[in-house]
Design a protein around this ligand. Sequence first.
Ligand code: CA
Length: 220
Amino acid sequence: MSILIIEDEKKLVDIIKIALKGERYSVDEAYDGKVGLDKAMKNNYSLIILDIMLPKKNGFTVCKELREHQIHTPIIILTARGSEGDRIMGLDLGADDYLVKPFGIKELLARIRAILRRRKTTDENIVKYADLVMDKKKHEVTRAGITTPLAPKEYKLLDMLLSNHGEAISRQRLIEHAWGPDFKEKNNELNVHIRYLRKKIDGNKPLIHTIRDVGFILKE
Ligand code: CA
């Protein structure tokens, strides 16, 4: 998850940055509206924190131009001016939420979590990678257009690997996700279920790869 901060008060940027990094978001910053807009157009951020009073281009214009370019990255507006008019204008221009300065950093983090959670339930019902598609609403998995029924544990393991494709997932994380935090492996259950899963979805173009002494990764 990466977050762009567009804000000209360097001190405030630093404070937000430290807090976000503490929550393991990756952070990018811009100190004026022009650079901010440029970065937001070029990169794919999970969320943008946008100040209103900015050099070169104000936050309202940045927000408006992003939406006009069909960039729907969630935006939280920061405004020193708490007037109702400003807040309404921000929301009307397509911002998702606003915070009035001075605000508590914990509140900002909570708002970010809420927005990202909302995004997740709408956008992430369908997860795709290569020719593999998981429809979480239908609880259905297809590879190259062919639907493959999976047992519950296999589905959970695939869900974890697919949602984090390209990332090595530790054995412990996979076990916790599929069996729960208290489960202790007795008969190599994880390998057994990964083997079933590979049989069902890998075919002759394997997507699930073993990373020795670590766990597994889903990639082409
Ligand atoms: Ca400012």
